[in-house]
Design a binder for this molecule. Structure first.
Ligand code: HEC
Ligand code: HEC
Length: 285
């Protein structure tokens, strides 16, 4: 009379009220949910530990210039300069078009423009001062609105975007190569980084200075690999980094067919000369 009975699964798994058939599915769901939760909790922390927002004088200066309205007058998005009747050159100089040399000779004079709206030399010269007083548009003085550090960052930005000769790499060869090969389009003005890259680890493209750069490029050999092959084998072996590299929208292109060994060396020389302490000084020539 032995009747075979279905085992009472609710007794076996009372806490889950599961039947053997549903266990694998539910377990899988629970595991995925837990993993997602963990990842959600851990990711910002991991990201924060691994990666910092880029910060250097040129990049801070660019963002501050945007916030301070400098580009209203200086960036003419149509690429045309704003006419300025009565002024020395007849228009407002556009940043990035190489105009600075017609107005300033040094970082110190850039600083004067930002603080006082003109160089001391102009302000002290009766004829120049009369012209300034009568011209249609004038550069506003920002000395009372911004603190010394902000002004120093703006000076670094203007000097970089106007390509004032850099003290540490006077022949300018690496910098010219970087500009001519489009490196700076992705890596920011003078390699200041921080341009957007959806899906990447920090959401931006790193520059050529600061902590992120040091993490990603330990030495000349790693730099060569980055430029020639668009990668770094040390970092590629890290699964977290690989995960982000696959997701990011913009990848580092390989320049093996476009740059020779000497050019990569010039680039490295320039990149290694990008020393922040030099730029932080408000009026170092
Ligand atoms: C109202 C328009 C206006 C705004 C806003 C403005 N400027 Fe100017 N700026 C000028 C004009 C005009 C000149 C050219 C000088 C002249 O002809 O009197 C000039 C010249 C300069 C120069 C010297 C020329 C050069 O290209 O290097 C610098 C540097 C400069 N401005 C920086 C800045 C910065 C930084 C900001 C924002 C903090 C700013 N300007 C905001 C109008 C403006
Ligand atoms: C189309 C955009 C683009 C161009 C052009 C480009 N890069 Fe990159 N580069 C990237 C991206 C994106 C990364 C980030 C790599 C990553 O995290 O996967 C990178 C990474 C690098 C790195 C290592 C990371 C760091 O901190 O800078 C170096 C060095 C580098 N590039 C140098 C260059 C040089 C030199 C050139 C020009 C010869 C150049 N890149 C041109 C997009 C670009």
């Amino acid at each position: 009379m032995a009747e075979t009975r279905e085992p009472d699964t609710r007794v076996r798994f009372p806490w889950l009220r599961l039947s053997p058939a549903t266990v694998p599915g539910r377990l899988a769901t629970a595991t995925v949910a837990a993993a997602l939760l963990l990842a959600a909790l851990a990711l910002p922390v991991t990201r924060w530990l691994l990666w910092r927002w880029e910060s250097n004088p040129v990049l801070r200066g660019r963002l501050l210039a945007e916030d301070s309205g400098c580009f209203n007058c200086h960036f003419g998005f149509s690429r045309a300069e704003i006419p300025n009747p009565g002024s020395r050159w007849g228009s407002v100089p556009r940043f990035g078009a190489g105009n600075a040399m017609m107005y300033v000779e040094s970082r110190a004079e850039i600083e004067e423009f930002i603080r006082f709206g003109a160089t001391r030399a102009w302000l002290d010269d009766a004829k120049a001062a009369a012209r300034l007083a009568s011209q249609h548009l004038r550069m506003p003085p920002y000395g009372d609105r911004l603190d010394d550090r902000e002004i120093a960052d703006l000076v670094s930005f203007v000097a970089a975007v106007e390509r004032l000769p850099s003290a540490n790499d006077p022949d300018d060869e690496g910098r010219t190569l970087a500009r001519d090969h489009g490196c700076l389009a992705c890596h920011g003005i003078d390699g200041s980084g921080g341009l957007p890259n959806l899906g990447s680890l920090g959401g931006f493209i790193p520059g050529f200075r600061g902590r992120n750069f040091e993490d990603m490029v330990r030495d000349r050999t790693e730099f060569r690999e980055w430029v020639l092959d668009g990668t770094n084998s040390r970092l590629e072996s890290n699964p977290v980094i690989r995960y982000f590299w696959k997701r990011q929208t913009i990848a580092m292109p390989a320049y093996r067919d476009r740059l020779d060994s000497e050019q990569v060396d010039s680039l490295w020389q320039w990149v290694s000369s990008l020393d922040e302490s030099r730029e932080r000084k408000p009026s170092g020539a």
